[in-house]
Design a protein around this ligand. Sequence first.
Ligand code: SP5
Ligand code: ZN
Length: 335
Amino acid sequence: VRVICNPNYAAHVPPHEVDNGAVVPPWEVPGRFDAVRAALAAHGGFAFEDAPALSVDVLTGLHDAGYVAHLRDTSAALAGGGGWVMPSVFPFAPGEPRGEAARRGAYCFDTFTAITAGTWAAALGGAAATYRAAELVAAGETRVAYALTRPPGHHAERGRCGGYSFLNNAALAADLLLDLGPVAVLDIDVHHGNGTQHLFYDSPDVLTVSVHGDPAGLFPYFSGFADETGTGRGLGFNLNLPLPPGTGVDGYRPAVAAALERVGRHRPAAVVVAFGADAHEADPIGGMRLPTAYFAELGAAVRALGVPAVVTQEGGYDLATVGACAAAFLAALGD
Ligand code: SP5
Ligand code: ZN
């Protein structure tokens, strides 16, 4: 399997996150990337390459220009120091944000997602890895390509970061792959892929399907419910399959079967998998009960679609198992 690495993955070092008002250590750390890379190398069968630089112009059409400028300018303003930017106030009146404090809240939807000096470089490097992976698949150079990156992307909306995500890598890949025909995004991170859903909610060309923990009790709380099915011409082209806390293999199997059945009916020319290992039983924040071996079953199930695939790395916070889950999934998908 071709593995396209984000060369700037270590540049984004969040100082902490704020959970229910408490400052707590960050879950989304550079060691996650190292753990996955080490596990893939130990497994064997993976070919690593660094992504070439990506022009920021590629993000136009996907992300809001003011938002992109906010990420870039905020990181630039923090350069050389250990500082960070996080929102304290979120929009409660209409209108464009008029100052720095307003921008912080307007361009972010939670208190988990700090911008640091290296955030822009790391996020753009992740987009570059994803773009390269999609290019390789679109060109028919490989059937499966994996963008090994952090920070994640699937929570990022057109104009807002959140859920540790800044640029929506899965959506970027889907956009590029549309050149081949209809595209499906299958999101198996334990958290709902709200950003990807949001970006394609009115599109019948990109089907978005997400299997995740019920947002009634799990981040991102405000979306991911079963009654969100798309809008306008995109009505019927979004499928959410929320699962109760503590779900294991017996609950995941039928949900994943339903997800893949819907993906198959879309007759996609390519599929994007937003991959997370945070439904693993050892994950500290997911609350699900999947064993490592089930990730191989997932990979084989996606492989059975018979469609080229781009995989983006999203969540997965247990450093001891995240790599083995990715290796199991990718080996089964790509073999
Ligand atoms: C990409 C991704 O997986 N983003 C997830 C963002 C979730 N952030 C909320 C984390 C809150 C953790 N608090 C739970 C403590 C349980 N011990
Ligand atoms: Zn997640």
